[in-house]
Design a protein around this ligand. Structure first.
Ligand code: ZN
Length: 81
């Protein structure tokens, strides 16, 4: 099912719409067709998806920081003079 997230350039409303073939969605808030398609996400509530993406990014940053610390300790251990 081609379900996409859109952001309306006229009023900023964000919504999900099914897109089939040549059908173009319109903003449910202001009926504008001037829409921006947001990067496709799994068809779950976009709020929780964004929260999960934030959490994943924080986990990734924490992992990278841990790897940097580990590398620094290895460097210090092998240059212990
Ligand atoms: Zn709108």
């Amino acid at each position: 099912m081609p379900l996409f997230d859109f952001a309306c350039r006229s009023c900023g409303h964000e919504f999900e719409a099914l897109v089939r073939g040549e059908t173009r969605p319109v903003c449910p808030a202001c009926r504008s067709e001037d829409l921006e398609r947001l990067p496709s996400l799994p068809s779950v509530r976009s709020e929780s998806t964004r929260a999960q993406a934030m959490k994943a990014a924080r986990r990734r940053d924490a992992k990278q920081a841990a790897e940097r610390d580990h590398a620094q300790r290895l460097y210090e251990a092998s240059h212990d003079d």
